[in-house]
Ligand binder design. Structure first.
Ligand code: TA6
Length: 272
């Protein structure tokens, strides 16, 4: 079992694994968790939990290296820095990760990552990257959020109408026409997004507001890919595609971030 931080306050109950600084449970009082979590996910060091909010860093979607396609931040153990009540309804947890012999082999730069998680009526994540090196580096990144849904057939995502996106299934640039619904595999990187995204489920609508990011990734594996992943990774059931949709706050592909020595960048997602 992984070491994790538990937070319970007047507004919500959350759990954050030190492995990958991964928020994997967030439920507001009287509700179920907003985050989907695979019933058969592994909970072991060095592997990302299937569900919650994996942190993709220092790259997102590096196609040539499938095992590390979303970087290494989500599989390394972070340090718990602090847990503080910032008001009667909100708790802030801070975790950090710095370069190591292991990371330097994969990403040859000194860095500090700090994740601030605010747990209250909403869930806010701030991922701050600081360049501690003497050389400039660039990153892509994503807060790869798995939202629990009643049934993917009933889900409708709005706020991305008319936005350009890269269809990662066919590597083709398209423009979003109307709201997004699901009747097949969807794997899209929307660009130039600076507005609220709405995730409408049967009886509820969630909102995601980002800052320090202009990419939003929308993903559902649908039947065939879910089956392949279930067999290949054995961390989610074949029918899991019905239970979640990923709406990821990102800086992906052409929305990469360049940091000179001592510069920082913060990617923020607010879910409510
Ligand atoms: O964000 C969408 C995506 O890049 C999909 O293509 C799929 O690979 C998903 O991430 C999950 O990737 P993972 O490495 O966590 O299995």
């Amino acid at each position: 079992m992984l070491e994790f931080i538990e937070v319970k306050n007047n507004s919500a109950y959350a759990k954050i694994a030190l492995n990958g600084a991964q928020v994997f449970h967030y439920e507001r009082v009287g509700e179920k968790s907003l985050l989907w979590l695979s019933e058969i996910s592994d909970f072991k060091e060095g592997k990302s939990i299937r569900g919650g909010i994996p942190i993709c860093w220092p790259w997102f979607g590096k196609p040539q290296d499938k095992t590390l396609q979303h970087g290494f931040a989500r599989t390394l153990k972070w340090t718990h820095i602090s847990t503080d009540e910032i008001d009667s309804n909100t708790t802030q947890v801070i975790l950090k990760l710095q370069h190591s012999q292991e990371s330097l082999k994969l990403f040859p730069y000194k860095f500090e990552l700090a994740l601030h998680v605010e747990i209250g009526d909403g869930l806010k994540l701030k991922l701050k990257t600081t360049n501690l090196d003497t050389k400039t580096f660039e990153i892509t990144q994503a807060l790869h959020t798995y939202f629990a849904v009643s049934n993917i057939d009933d889900v409708e995502i709005s706020g991305l109408e008319n936005k350009p996106y890269l269809d990662a299934l066919i590597w083709k640039n398209e423009i979003q026409k109307g709201v997004i619904t699901f009747d097949k595999e969807v794997d899209r990187v929307y660009q130039k997004v600076d507005n609220k995204i709405n995730i409408k489920d049967k009886n509820t609508t969630l909102h995601v507001e980002n800052s320090g990011s202009s990419s939003v990734v929308v993903w559902n594996p649908w039947i065939d890919k879910c089956q392949r992943m279930s067999l290949d990774k054995n961390d989610m059931k074949k029918e899991a595609y019905k239970e979640f949709v990923c709406v990821e706050s990102a800086n992906a592909f052409e929305d990469f971030i360049v940091l000179k020595p001592d510069e920082s960048h913060t990617l923020e997602a607010f879910i409510y």
